[in-house]
Design a protein around this ligand. Structure first.
Ligand code: FES
Ligand SMILES: [Fe+2]
Length: 428
């Protein structure tokens, strides 16, 4: 029998003011703020997958939780900022803001890569403002456009002040003036940056993914295109979690992906730590995906792939916020970057083999691929926005449980508990 706390659209306001009782579906214990939320995160992260639960809604809406993530996740952990092809030649630069701080990645004349702050040491100007400079390009030196202080880009001197006009009449230590440098590691061709000078190297933490990724030779691929969806109205974790499971293919993508890559056939690897992987074979009866005008959407195959890679899609994820979809002709990596507690930017980069660019129909392939991606993204956004609307009502804990296909979400909770609450990885 339905109890009388459930309201219908015809109920007057009085039915909402009966006061919560312990039996009321909407009853919630008093909000204990951030400590209570971290306590709940710790408890949930200690559950085995078989009894795993979804995080409380406030983990996706709270300002305090968001600030902690900015500090302990994006501000200090390894985060992907791009691919080596975006800074392929000496002098190339790539602007990025994904750590919540303005950075530029540069390649010096010896081929070495650097991650430098873009905040001028004079009066805090962005030395490569988006208003006047493209996201990537080539530079000899970094010159702040405000008062033209100039910084070196080479080797050990990268970030050092090279010149500052009209500063000779004041007491100014030029030698000590330098743009802060960030840790940078190249992992399978991806540019990974950390704001923590003491962060343990990333590669060994992701060693479990090496064999899965190796056949695709990511470092040799080139960028076909990038896309971005700015200001998506959902917490970044909602979108990351959506991208970390294929369970939703049968719902969100019933007419698209599910026909090619049925979610139920996905095998999720029993990964631990900060990386996960899964594999979905192509549907035996699938039709080749076609673009507008019946164009063949299969691009140039990545050289050297084995039968397994040619027969399905591998998905690999790296906490906090990146998922790679590895297909026989392309590798797409998506990053979800928070811009507030309930908003994020989704950044998409599609990699293809270098030979693909020689195809006479490469531009048409890119156009068709973008269109196809937009269709999938539109389907995902229905779920991502819809989940956030549910979370924004601050519902009582739903007791939401995970399918075995959602193992990466369960694993993600352990990562979050470790970063945010200091709980040891895999702690009970
Ligand atoms: S703020 Fe950069 S030169 Fe003045
Ligand atoms: Fe999806």
């Amino acid at each position: 029998m339905l109890h009388d706390g459930i309201s219908s659209p015809h109920d007057g306001p009085s039915s909402l003011h009966d006061g919560p009782s312990p039996l009321h579906d909407g009853f919630r214990p008093p909000d204990g703020g951030l400590p209570a939320l971290l306590g709940e995160l710790t408890r949930i992260a200690g559950l085995p997958l078989e009894r795993g639960e979804t995080l409380p809604a406030r983990a996706y809406t709270s300002e305090d939780f968001h600030r902690l993530e900015r500090d302990r996740v994006f501000g200090s952990d390894w985060v992907c900022v791009g691919h080596v092809d975006q800074v392929a030649r000496p002098g190339d630069y790539l602007r990025t803001d994904v750590l919540g701080t303005p950075l530029v990645i540069t390649r010096d004349e010896t081929g070495e890569l650097h991650a430098l702050s873009r905040v001028c040491r004079h009066r805090f100007m962005d030395v490569l403002p988006a208003e006047t400079t493209p996201d990537q390009g080539s530079l000899k030196r970094l010159t702040c456009p405000y008062h033209t202080w100039t910084y070196r880009l080479n080797g050990e001197f990268a970030g050092r002040l090279a010149g500052a006009p009209l500063m000779n009449k004041v007491d100014f230590d030029r030698a000590a003036c330098r743009l802060p440098r960030y840790r940078l590691e190249v992992w399978h061709g991806l540019l990974m940056v950390s704001g923590d000078p003491d962060a343990p190297p990333l590669g060994p933490q992701l060693a479990d993914l090496d064999a899965t990724l190796a056949p695709y030779r990511l470092a040799d691929l080139v960028v076909a295109y990038t896309e971005r969806w700015d200001g998506v109205p959902a917490n970044w974790k909602v979108a990351f979690e959506n991208g970390s499971e294929n369970y939703h293919h049968m719902g969100s993508h019933a007419d698209t992906l599910e026909r090619i890559l049925p979610g139920k056939d996905t095998v999720v690897d029993e990964c631990e730590g900060r990386g996960f992987s899964m594999y979905t074979p192509f549907a035996p009866d699938m039709e080749m995906p076609r673009g507008p005008d019946g164009m063949d959407l299969v691009g140039t195959l990545i050289p050297g792939l084995g039968m397994r890679q040619l027969s399905g899609m591998t998905v690999a994820g790296v906490f906090p916020n990146m998922v790679l979809a590895l297909l026989p002709d392309s590798v797409t990596f998506v990053r979800w970057v928070p811009t507030g507690p309930a908003t994020h930017d989704a950044l998409v980069t599609v990699l293809v083999p270098a030979q693909a660019r020689q195809r006479p129909d490469f531009d048409a392939y890119v156009t068709a691929s973008k269109e196809q991606f937009k269709v999938i993204q539109a389907e995902d956004l229905v779920a991502i926005r819809g989940v956030q609307r549910g979370l924004a009502t601050d519902p009582a804990p739903s007791g939401g449980r995970f399918s075995h296909l959602e193992r990466p979400l369960w694993q993600f909770q352990r990562y979050l508990a470790e970063r945010l609450a200091g709980v040891g990885a895999g702690a009970p």
